[in-house]
Design a protein around this ligand. Sequence first.
Ligand code: NCD
Ligand code: ZN
Length: 356
Amino acid sequence: MRLPGLIDPHVHFREPGQTHKEDWNTGTSAALAGGVTMVLAMPNTKPPIFDAATLDLALGAAKEKARCDYAQFLGAGPGNAEWGQREALPLRAAGLKMYLDSTFGELRLNDMSLWMPHFERFPKGRPIVLHSESRTMAAGILFAALYDRPVHIAHISLKEEVLLIKAAKEKGIKVTCEVSPHHLFLTEDDIPAISHGHPGRGEVRPRLATKEDVEALWANLNVIDCFATDHAPHTLTEKDGENPPPGFPGVETLLPLLLTAVDDGRLTMDDIVLRSVTNPRKIFALPEQPETWVEVDENAQYEIKASEMHSRCGWTPFEGWQVKGRVRRVVLRGREAFKDGNILVEPGYGRNVREK
Ligand code: NCD
Ligand code: ZN
């Protein structure tokens, strides 16, 4: 079966600064192996991406190493909202990521007065993505209404969140949202099995939620605009050590999990294409990728094994899962990019989709 190349609008590729977890080469290799041909990378790197110099740093590494197409988000900081005078900078980025709640990295904006200049000045034609949970999400959605501009909510996980977004959409507020596979396929009850005695392996932000929350996401799938992996690789040594960083890898397991849900009758292929291609392209103003597609064997059953994956992090919360639906071949802009486990395009083949 043939699908268009998937877009993953939320990945962490750790370059610059933490390439022992992942870099643009391993991250985009993992993406291609998962049927993902375009990724939008988050800015909580080391240093974070928040001005021209740091954006150049990330884009320089990506240009040299990326094997699939990409764009890079800017991060909203306390002192970098002068976008009005530097219109050129936002236009070179995927969009603006605002961290309204705590997570991995140093980009949290605690005070709502710090949110205001970003909402006022970031170009309206470019997406603002919010990491916001529970009541902070309600505040973020109020901002979308006050400033009359679209916001996209990252990785929703709770029943109260999907119901809030549903209500906001019904009022005509310009809000869209994404859900990550781990919040659709795992609950807090799975943490012991993921952890193998190392509680850090179960840590992710937003946290895995209750069965009731997960059921509410499935029941309100029509409210959810995109699938996004929030691919957040950390090594096992880090996950099993002191102060384990939150985050799960996911870009390589997204499509097999979704195809398994299709086989189970919980999703349709159209649901996948809408949320992994059509909607992300619209929401993030992304170009079409000509001569690009993914071939899957929807009947191939196999076991998920981190040892067969391309991410540098070396583990997956879905280890040992039986899935049905395998990515066989990926063609990206006319070239065979992946076939039967092998990456066939060189580092640097990936294009920055924000560059003309
Ligand atoms: C992400 C990371 O590791 O960069 N971690 C996570 O638990 N999701 C940060 C984030 O997206 O919040
Ligand atoms: Zn993230």
